[in-house]
Design a protein around this ligand. Structure first.
Ligand SMILES: Cc1ncc(C[n+]2csc(CCOP(=O)(O)OP(=O)(O)O)c2C)c(N)n1
Ligand SMILES: CC(=O)[C@@H](O)[C@H](O)COP(=O)(O)O
Ligand SMILES: [Mg+2]
Length: 638
């Protein structure tokens, strides 16, 4: 698509160029940023709706505050595309989320205008408070502004931070960007509370609102409020939960109206008082018809046609793992009414939305609250339910103490379907599911499975539903399966037993989970190189099939383990088992292939896997290396 016409935006090299512009000019720049963003995301794909909703807010913040000296922290960071456009990264905005390009989130290494990296939610107030305290301890004078969404305000961490900030009376500005949306419609009492705050019942007239709080406000504010008609038009305050927490509450303010935003932000900047929360109302997807009209407000999109809004959908060769999980869970729930589904604000991403359609009363979206989700599941399990607590690998990190303390130590049979296990592509290292095998595998009594294909996932859902002895997790990757036939219902797998997929005699590849297909391709290549190859699917990282491991070690010259996970996971468990069986005797040529000990930046999933050396060529290369052969050079493929 052609680049949009952006005459005013073309004059903005960095936020300092916004200073002194009229409100009308800033409003025009906002429109041009919006057009630029739509144009860019139409060719890259990415997070669209959230950024469209904060265009005016972003322009106003950069016009009022003196970034990067003033610290501007975007919670999650998925709404930061307008911020990137205005902070010297416009020329690279069409590389966003691509290999070698800009990150889709804020990233310290990318720009001084990104004082704090993000991608997991609800960290901005804590980080901002830390910066505010650092400023005060070092005699600084800069402002600190944290922008957090209503969905992200469902997480406990945001309240922990406000509790602390209120008690310290810290000079910190929090902008609550309330668009009444998370990825899905927001859930919970807090969301209802925010809705009440902006509803007619709570919206007070300006005069009444000001009168009510006149005594509470510092004189500076009162004077200012009385002086500025524009300011007073958009200024309401008093009696909110935020004030009970020690914040001055300002709002709700129309976040798409530059004329309202500017005086409020200027006053907030100049107040030099304790913590302030500015409640800004915005619309996710604002200004782009197809986004406004869609149920998810175009939260995350693939490439799309700007005129029609139609997204490019590649024809899938196989059903997505997420879908297979959702369907399999429904199948198990039909058989057992103790099966329930839990999601932490990711119903669509986890397939719990499908489950929810079939069993609404047995489905729980707890908000962005992974810690609570885990302990909530533990509570249910302690009373005989069969909770499937479906959380992406990367987000389960947030609930780790709950996994250890509330689930594992008590041996409660919580089921953890772990989607997005392994490298995820465009979202990059913050979203990679790298660590779950290691962080769960070190917990006594945990059972961990990994699906080698989508049929295996069906079996694992059934196995988890049937398993009542303790916590059990099963991991599977983002995206579509490999294209195998699916059973109507899974079989119950024998706990701790793997399977041989292909028999050979010289090389053994022991795969855990998603690398199975590449292990089989590698085996084909090795055969053509005269190396007879066994491929085994471990199925279980824990308990490990030690008999299988020992047999592979005894009967082959080379043993390679492969997993799409960090060091300290499956490969380490195999090494322990071999050591215990006295099989590390120097005869066996052995390698454990894992993700490297560094973070891999975003790219296509295939390229990221190749960079990690976990694709078929990488496996063959490792075998050649172990055998002391010349380095394997993969043929050039189309
Ligand atoms: C800890 C964590 N859990 C889940 C997510 C996935 N996630 C990303 S954005 C988002 C919704 C955020 O809603 P909100 O803060 O209101 O921002 P909006 O998209 O509405 O602008 C969720 C659930 C995440 N990034 N981090
Ligand atoms: C910002 C965020 O955390 C989510 O929007 C995430 O990008 C979704 O990832 P999936 O597309 O894998 O569901
Ligand atoms: Mg929101």
């Amino acid at each position: 698509m052609e680049r949009p016409n952006t005459p005013l935006l073309d004059t903005i090299a960095d936020p300092s160029d916004l200073k002194g512009l009229s409100h009308d000019e800033l409003a025009q720049i906002a429109e041009e940023v919006r057009a630029e963003m739509i144009s860019a995301v139409s060719v890259t794909g990415g997070h669209l709706g959230a950024g469209l909703g904060v265009v005016e807010l972003t322009v106003a913040l950069h016009a009022v505050f003196n970034t990067p000296d003033d610290k501007l922290i975007w919670d999650v960071g998925h709404q930061c595309y307008p911020h990137k456009i205005l902070t010297g990264r416009r020329d690279r905005i069409r590389t966003i989320r691509q290999g070698g390009g800009l990150s889709g989130f804020t990233k310290r290494a990318e720009s001084t205008y990104d004082p704090f990296g993000a991608a997991h939610s609800s960290t901005s107030i804590s980080a901002g408070l830390g910066m505010a305290v650092a400023r005060d301890l070092t005699g600084g004078t800069n402002n600190v502004v944290s922008v957090i969404g209503d969905g992200s305000m469902s997480a406990g961490m945001a309240y922990e931070a406000m509790n602390n900030a209120g008690a310290m009376d810290a000079r910190l500005i929090v902008i609550l960007n309330d668009n009444d949306m998370s990825i899905a419609p927001p859930t919970g009492a807090m969301s209802a509370y925010l809705a009440r705050l902006v509803s007619g019942n709570t919206y007070r007239s300006v005069r009444e609102g000001l009168k009510r709080v006149a005594n509470k406000l510092p004189p500076y504010w009162h004077k200012k409020a009385a002086q500025a008609e524009e300011f007073t038009r958009s200024f309401f305050t008093g009696g909110t939960m935020f004030e009970e927490l020690g914040f001055y509450y300002v709002g709700p303010i129309d976040g798409h109206n530059i004329h309202h935003l500017m005086p409020v932000l200027e006053n907030v900047r100049d107040a030099q008082t304790g913590p302030i929360l500015v409640h800004v109302r915005t619309q996710k997807g604002k200004g782009y018809g197809p986004a406004e009209a869609s149920s998810d407000k175009y939260h995350g999109v693939s490439k799309f046609n700007v005129i029609t809004g139609e997204q490019a959908k590649s024809k899938p060769n196989a059903p997505a793992y997420t879908r297979v999980f959702g369907q399999s869970l429904i199948r198990e729930a039909e058989e057992d009414n103790r099966v329930v589904g839990i999601t932490a604000a990711m119903p669509g991403g986890t397939g719990i939305d499908m489950f929810g359609q079939a069993f609404p009363a047995r489905t729980f979206d707890v908000g962005i609250a992974e810690q609570h989700a885990v302990t909530f599941a533990a509570g249910m399990a302690s009373d005989g339910m069969k909770p499937f607590c479906a959380i992406y690998s990367t987000f389960l990190q947030r609930g780790y103490d709950q996994v250890v303390h509330d689930v594992s130590i008590q041996g409660l049979p919580v089921r953890f379907p772990i989607d997005r296990a392994g490298l995820v592509g465009a979202d990059g290292p913050t979203h990679a599911g790298s660590f779950d095998i290691a962080y769960l595998g070190c917990l006594p009594g945990f059972t961990i499975m990994a699906a080698g294909d989508e049929a295996e996932l069906v079996h694992m859902v059934r196995t988890a539903a049937a398993y009542d002895e303790g916590p059990i997790a099963f991991r599977y990757p983002r995206g579509e399966g490999v294209g195998v036939d699916l059973p109507d219902r899974g079989s119950i797998l024998e706990i701790g037993k793997g399977r041989i997929v292909r028999e050979g005699s010289t090389v053994a590849i022991l795969s855990l989970g998603s690398r199975l297909k590449d292990a089989l391709v590698a085996a084909d290549t090795l055969e053509t190189e005269g190396l007879s190859t066994t491929v085994a699917d471990a199925r279980f990282a824990k308990p490990l099939d030690v008999d299988l491991v020992a047999r592979l070690a005894r009967e082959h010259e080379v043993l390679i383990t492969v997993e799409e996970g960090s060091v300290g996971g499956f490969g380490s468990f195999v090494l322990h088992a071999l050591n215990d069986a006295a099989l590390l005797d120097g005869r066996l040529k052995l390698a454990t292939l894992t993700l490297p000990d560094r973070y891999i930046d975003q790219d296509s999933p295939a390229k990221m896997v190749a960079e990690a050396g976990l694709d078929a060529d990488g496996i063959v290369r490792s075998v050649f290396k172990l055998l002391g052969r010349e380095e394997y050079v993969a043929p050039v493929r189309a």
